[in-house]
Design a protein. Structure first.
Length: 239
């Protein structure tokens, strides 16, 4: 897909030229997924808050795979993952050596995902919704069904739509970022004030954890799921 007046080049950060469909080989796909989780779960278990530069990199890669919109999209991500980490997909490719070198390759891959797809605009802490770039415009358009696009045409881009979308995502994720696990600043402030007005000693999150006015929170923005179309390429262009 091409955004209005723009030609979208395939980003250099992630190389999908080695991508292959694994649907024709279920055994290979199963082995690749198992090895993928073997790597991710090992390094994710070693992560602890505060995360390096504020987000969980193995967790980001895992969630990108799990929320991909199709099996083909997952296959392309798997191919790029193993190519970038210099690993084979098959069990017969040998044991995985969990050393600092592999960790560095994984973290670099996660940072490319973040920089190429999840941060189209770097906002320096301001409480506003980032403006769409051609890449994020294409991502949103391809992530929506025709029915969904028809439903939002009347108020596309308006504060009402953005507020509704953000509220739905916050409720779904219990007001916590899926990557950093930080609680939403506005909701924390609201709950603390409500607890104080009712004479309660503590405010709590949805899991019963204590919220304190002096804790560190973050204004959470909407993160769009990586759509299938962003991982297709034709002559170096996104289609």
């Amino acid at each position: 897909m091409e955004a209005p007046g723009q030609q979208l080049s395939l980003l250099d950060g992630i190389d999908f030229s080695h991508a292959q469909s694994l649907s024709a080989n279920p055994q290979l796909r199963t082995e690749a997924i198992n090895r993928f989780y073997h790597v991710i779960e090992h390094f994710e278990a070693l992560e602890c808050k505060p995360y390096y530069r504020n987000y969980n990199r193995p967790g980001l890669v895992r969630l990108t795979f799990e929320y991909a919109r199709s099996a083909e999209s997952q296959d392309r991500l798997l191919s790029a993952f193993f190519h970038r980490l210099l690993l084979g997909m098959r069990d017969s490719d040998g044991d995985i050596v969990f050393d600092s070198g592999l960790r560095s390759l994984l973290f670099a891959f996660a940072e490319d995902l973040m920089n190429s797809f999840f941060i189209p605009l770097r906002a320096a802490g301001g409480k506003h919704t980032p403006q769409l770039t051609p890449l994020s415009y294409a991502a949103i358009q391809n992530a929506q069904t025709l029915e969904e696009q028809d439903q939002i045409k009347a108020f596309k881009g308006t504060p009402t739509r953005l507020s509704t979308l953000r509220s739905a995502c916050l409720v779904r994720d219990r007001y916590r970022c899926a990557i950093t696990h930080m609680f939403d600043e506005d909701e924390a402030e609201r709950r603390v004030k409500e607890a104080q007005s009712m004479g309660h000693e503590d405010a709590q999150d949805d899991e019963g954890n204590r919220l304190d006015a002096n804790d560190e929170y973050a204004f959470l923005e909407v993160a769009y799921i990586l759509p299938h179309s962003l991982t297709e390429e034709k002559n170096g262009q996104l289609v």
